[in-house]
Design a protein around this ligand. Structure first.
Ligand code: PGA
Length: 237
């Protein structure tokens, strides 16, 4: 595991250079996308690099980690909407080559892994981390061999995410998420965490025992993970 500690701004720049390098060597790379506050700086930097002519996603494909059950892509809190507005509309990726789990037809969740496999597998998966250690929406207790599946969100996760909705009641109760195994199947992974609210879980995930109680701890077993932390998130390492 390589750990990079820097300011939020520099982290975005450094992580973006990983994409520049990957897409130069493999223009048709398969990218694993994430939502949340953490990747916003990275996505803005990727858009800037695209405008500057330094990166092209024209042949790339993407698979996002997760989606709320019951929200279709036009809902402004759906993760499809998030990706379109924060990244895809600002770069040259073909929108037809971008995938987000289907939050409406959840019976096709299991097909997501097959699609990823058929595409050749994910080259670079981006991850944030929840304060409870979740990656995607894989909450504590999720088995390490899980593939894409529907999950019930914990009350804690719903409360944390309610900041984006007008009330807690509006936060969906379920989500579709890549499983732990889906994530671990990626050839390389970037985990990003920013701010002091993540310090405790980052220390547990990176330095504590590998346990399903801290879903991100399994990343210790992946052969190619880079962890991008600001000084606050790294404070307890
Ligand atoms: P955040 O979410 O980037 O908004 O902190 C991360 C997560 O819950 O996975």
């Amino acid at each position: 595991m390589k750990i990079i500690i820097d300011s939020e701004e520099n982290l975005a720049k450094k992580a973006a250079q990983r994409y520049v390098k990957l897409l130069r060597t493999r223009p048709d790379a398969i990218l694993g996308g994430a939502t949340g506050s953490t990747p916003l700086g990275l996505y803005a930097e990727l858009a800037r690099l695209y405008r500057a002519g330094e990166i092209s996603f024209a042949r790339a494909r993407s698979f996002n980690l997760d989606e709320y059950v019951g929200l279709d892509g036009s809902h402004d809190q759906s993760y499809r909407y998030f990706m379109n507005h924060n990244l895809f509309e600002h770069i040259d990726i073909d929108i037809a080559n971008t995938r987000v789990p289907d939050g409406i037809n959840t019976d096709i969740a299991a097909a997501y892994d097959k699609e990823i496999e058929a595409a050749g597998g994910i080259d670079l998966q981006l991850l944030g981390i929840g304060v409870d250690g979740h990656i995607g929406f894989n909450e504590p207790g999720t088995p390490g061999d899980s593939l894409t599946h529907v999950v019930e969100l914990t009350e804690n996760t719903r409360e944390v995410n309610s900041r984006f909705f007008s009330s807690l009641d509006e936060v969906p109760t379920h989500a579709v998420t890549m499983g732990i195994k889906t994530v671990m199947n990626a050839r390389s992974i970037i985990l990003m965490a920013i701010g002091k609210s993540k310090a405790e879980i980052i220390a547990k995930a990176l330095k504590g025992p590998v346990t399903t109680e801290v879903p991100a701890s399994i990343l210790q077993l992946h052969p190619f993970v880079e962890v991008y932390l600001d000084p606050e998130a790294a404070a307890l390492l």
